[in-house]
Design a protein around this ligand. Sequence first.
Ligand code: GUN
Length: 293
Amino acid sequence: MAAKIISGNEVGEKIREELKEEINSLKGKGVTPGLATVLVGDDPASQVYVRNKGRACEKLGIYSEQHNLPRDTEETKLLELIAGLNEDPKIHGILVQLPLPKHIDESKVLYAIDPSKDVDGFHPTNVGLFFTEKNFEDMIGKQLFLPCTPHGCIELLQRSGVELSGKDAVILGRSNIVGKPVALLLMANNATVTICHSRTKDLDKICQKADVLVAAIGKPKFVKADMVKEGVVVIDVGINRTEEGLVGDVDFEAVKEKASMITPVPGGVGPMTITMLLANTVKSAKRTEKMMA
Ligand code: GUN
């Protein structure tokens, strides 16, 4: 039987509706959530991502400003811009689009962002805070900045009614942005987690055991139907530009015939990343409002 399609557009829309109410309530108390995005260089994909983030803010009534810097910008200039944004009371969230040009030290830049404005959840303080938390409910209850794409994956699963406790979750990819943090979030939801990467032996066998499979390796249509078991839930984080357009890391047409649920590309995880970024910006603005009260 063909899988149920998990729509990130629909789930994201629902969450954004919820956020709109919170934003209006904050505005009523004199606080307008504000997000600053920083893009260094002219990578076309990054330009699209950053523009989409700005548009999403506008739709919800979040103040946003976009800082476009030339590719040859010196690291010190970028650090100065971040220092200014750290001090700017209009700004509750700062996002520096990755990857950065090679001459800039990515860690140094991410560490320079004030952890209380780190809506990407990439600063070691925020990574540490959610690393040390055992349960997902506590992570949410304590209003931690969870990294956007991994958090978006969990929202998709939870809001689609997928029970994670005791399930075998297999993750393809060990990146800092997706693979590692999504493993922690799945574990915090009581799944048994295996992370696979380029050196993993018997990859097919491991994937075939997965109740939930998260693919985040950046290889078009890498996951084939014979690599998954009947009834698997598939979250495809890949966004690959190919001659046939955008495709995920999963061979969607073939795998959807075996899966019970699957996310499409585009329209799956992508819209959730932006939505969770907006959610973190609102979370940050709420903290400011509490400090003012
Ligand atoms: N590049 C790819 N994904 C992301 C993300 O989630 N945040 C930032 N800042 N850059 C990215």
